[in-house]
Design a protein around this ligand. Structure first.
Ligand code: MG
Length: 301
């Protein structure tokens, strides 16, 4: 099932829907009201927190005959979780080729990590799949790209074992861990600041539920103004999703709606010779097989 958050043209309201094909979305709240459901499902977080009861209702809505779908050319898809309840969890160095390209810019050769590197992006960084990425030229000019598979937690847990981890996954989305690279590095090695400027977490265009996608073998690609910069596959993730969930949940509760961005493959701008950065007016395209493609214009052009 493809779940989206959308905004009808001319309306300020964000609504959640089931995307049933390229053009049509079923409005979940409207369909639920027609069935006199008492479930609270106004937002994507409500739906995820609603667990199996909410999913049963969604499956009923999806399978019923419909006459009044929302047509996507009269709506704009937004980030499926427009305002996460907490920071977006992120993973650094999770494709070996990216680890190697990052290492070549350092003087000493580093050992492969024994545990994943975790950091986070502020909830205010979340951006829609087609919305502009602000070009904060007063802050920096080193704007970099990082296509990543996003994992949405569905079931709460702490100390989750690897063998149980996939039962805690609600679904998957695309994230671009957009990074202001010099700001990332100027704060004592803590990455949060340079990865949390407004607009630096495009997410979407949908959440594909875990039952509908094999996340272990998906092509991922990032293009800047039509030029392919990153091209890999999720099978090359160094720490696999169950390991990430096990490590992150060690003594720390993960909750429904938490988001884990699983790391980026090689081909980022800072590791290129010479380094490359996005410019005001570029178009950032972020694609993962089976989920879709985001298209974010950079700056105001
Ligand atoms: Mg990243």
């Amino acid at each position: 099932m493809r779940l989206v958050t959308y905004q009808s043209l001319g309306s300020p309201d964000l609504r959640t829907g089931i995307q049933i094909n390229q053009y049509d979305v079923l409005d979940i709240a409207r369909e639920a009201a027609a069935r006199q459901s008492a479930l609270a499902i106004a937002t994507m977080l409500d739906i995820i927190r609603g667990g199996e009861a909410a999913m049963a209702l969604l499956r009923e809505i999806e399978s019923a005959p419909r006459t009044d779908a929302v047509v996507l050319n009269k709506a704009v898809l937004k980030a499926p979780i427009p305002r996460p309840a907490k920071n977006v969890f992120c993973v650094g160095w999770n494709y070996l080729e990216h680890f190697a390209e990052g290492g070549k810019t350092l003087e000493d050769k580093r050992e492969l990590p024994k545990h994943p590197v975790f950091f986070s992006k502020a909830p205010t960084a979340v951006n829609g799949p087609y919305d502009p990425i602000p070009f904060h030229s007063h802050a920096s000019t080193q704007l970099d790209w990082e296509v990543e598979l996003g994992v949405i937690i569905g079931k709460a847990g702490a100390n989750i074992r690897e063998e149980d981890a996939m039962a805690h996954v609600f679904g998957y989305t695309i994230i671009n861990d957009v990074t202001w690279r010099d700001i990332q590095r100027r704060h004592g090695g803590q990455w949060l600041k340079g990865k949390s400027l407004d607009g630096t977490c495009p997410m979407g265009p949908a959440i594909v539920t875990a039952d509908a996608l094999d996340h272990t073998n998906l092509n991922v690609e990032c293009r800047v103004s039509g030029v392919v910069k990153q091209k890999s596959n999720t099978r090359h993730l160094y720490f696999k999703v169950p390991r990430l969930i096990a490590e992150l949940s060690l003594g720390m509760t993960l909750e429904p709606g938490d988001i884990i961005s699983t790391g980026t493959p090689e081909g980022v701008g800072f590791a290129r010779t010479p380094p490359e950065w996005m410019r005001d007016g570029d178009l950032l395209e972020t694609e993962i097989e089976g989920i879709g493609v985001m298209r974010n214009p950079v700056g105001t052009a």
